[in-house]
Design a protein around this ligand. Structure first.
Ligand SMILES: Nc1ncnc2c1ncn2[C@@H]1O[C@H](COP(=O)(O)OP(=O)(O)OP(=O)(O)O)[C@@H](O)[C@H]1O
Ligand SMILES: [Mg+2]
Length: 368
């Protein structure tokens, strides 16, 4: 996968600009607050379907404009394509691929594939479980279209259930029928999400452990497991139908407690990835350096799995990340990305850009 170019209009501080990219390492260089991350953000919208900095799309429209328009041209192993996204102040958006309007997010995500790495990801290990679930959601959505539709449908039902749990009459007989119907539908999607996440984590585990062995000179080993919020029951079964049965039971047997707390206590929205380093929980026992190594390994593994599934490497978007890594770790990271396309931001670090294949200078929201 290769990003050929992008065009950006009224996005953050960028009034109107365009950039073209080459194979290898593209460095977006410039002083602080010139628009470097904004360019990466605009490009990444096409991989994730939304920004990595905000959930409110109107926030990235330039303060003085009513709408924003961004486009990319990219090449995959089949053809050159383009994608466009337009946003207005009422959070309405229009998405296009090769000029044809796309209405479903699940058809938008997965066309242009990218791995994003920002300084925030360096704390992926210590962060709350929601960050690791987000990592899974973003990585898996780009390579498994069914995952996008399962999570979308599950989340819609979960919102319905949450509203019902907050209803003062939640415990009425009439609502108990509704809870049963919801449990039945949610259990199917929850089981599918769980199965897909378990499989993905098994692949992650294999790759991450390889990278950690290499980084530590065989001194450390890592192991990852998808952790369902009611692990003991679920370990006994491994087919989707049986997992759905367990979820169905779980969604009904604690209903009184859930009505009391007015929130859903079980489901994939509560799960986590258990990451062990040398047999111990990385979240509790890892040093900062070990956490950083694991975060690097996770990002490299994400790209490798994308390659295995799609037959081509994604584009690597790195926001200021090398500035945050020590020399040994950034060298290790870059040595594993040599034959891939990298688009990275960087300010005032000439030693980091000496291997660049292209330097793109940004000043005051414009590519020079
Ligand atoms: N909606 C918006 N409209 C106009 N300007 C915005 C908007 N949102 C953010 N900005 C501004 O855009 C500028 C560029 O931000 P960006 O994060 O791209 O900078 P950067 O070049 O990555 O800087 P740094 O090196 O500090 O990371 C900042 O001054 C920011 O305040
Ligand atoms: Mg920045």
């Amino acid at each position: 996968m290769k990003l050929i170019g992008c065009e950006i209009k009224n996005f953050r501080n960028i009034a109107e600009t365009s950039a073209s990219f080459c194979d290898g390492i593209n460095v977006i260089n410039g002083d602080n607050a010139q628009g470097k991350t904004s360019i990466l953000e605009a490009v990444y919208v096409f991989a994730r379907g939304r920004s990595f900095r905000t959930n409110k799309e109107s926030e990235f429209i330039n303060f003085t404009a009513e709408s924003a328009k961004i486009s990319i041209e990219y090449e995959d192993k089949r053809r050159v394509s383009n994608m466009t996204a337009e946003y207005d102040r009422k959070d309405r958006r229009k998405l296009f691929k090769n000029g044809v309007r796309i209405l479903k997010t699940s058809e938008f995500i997965g066309n242009f594939r990218a791995v994003l790495f920002t300084p925030d990801h360096l704390s992926l290990i210590k962060d709350a479980a929601s960050e690791r679930r987000l990592f899974l959601d973003i990585a898996m959505a780009q390579i498994t279209p069914s995952y996008v539709s399962y999570t979308k449908k599950y989340n819609a039902l979960l919102s319905e259930r949450s509203a019902l749990l907050k209803n003062p009459n939640a415990g009425s007989a009439e609502n108990s029928v509704l809870f049963e119907t919801l449990a039945e539908q949610m259990a199917q999607y929850a089981a599918n999400i769980t199965r897909l996440r378990e499989k993905y984590c098994a692949k992650l585990s294999e790759k991450v452990s390889g990278y950690i062995e290499e980084m530590s000179g065989n001194k450390e080993n890592a192991e990852l497991k998808y952790e369902v919020c009611f692990t003991d029951d679920i370990r006994q079964v491994n087919d989707t139908k049986q997992i759905a049965k367990l979820y169905y039971r779980k969604f009904l047997e604690n209903l009184d407690r859930e009505i009391y707390f007015k929130t859903s206590l079980y489901g994939p929205q509560k799960d986590d990835i258990d990451i062990k380093l040398n047999g111990n929980s990385s979240r509790k026992f890892c040093s900062q350096g070990q956490q950083r190594s694991l975060a690097l390994a996770l990002k490299l593994a994400e790209g490798d799995i994308s390659y295995e599934v799609t037959g081509e490497y994604p584009v690597y978007l790195l926001d200021d990340v090398l500035g945050e890594l020590d020399g040994r770790r950034s060298e290790f990271f870059m040595s594993h990305l040599t034959d891939k396309q990298i688009i990275m931001t960087c300010c005032d670090a000439p030693e980091k850009i000496k291997n660049a294949d292209k330097i793109i200078t940004v000043e005051n929201g414009k590519v020079l």
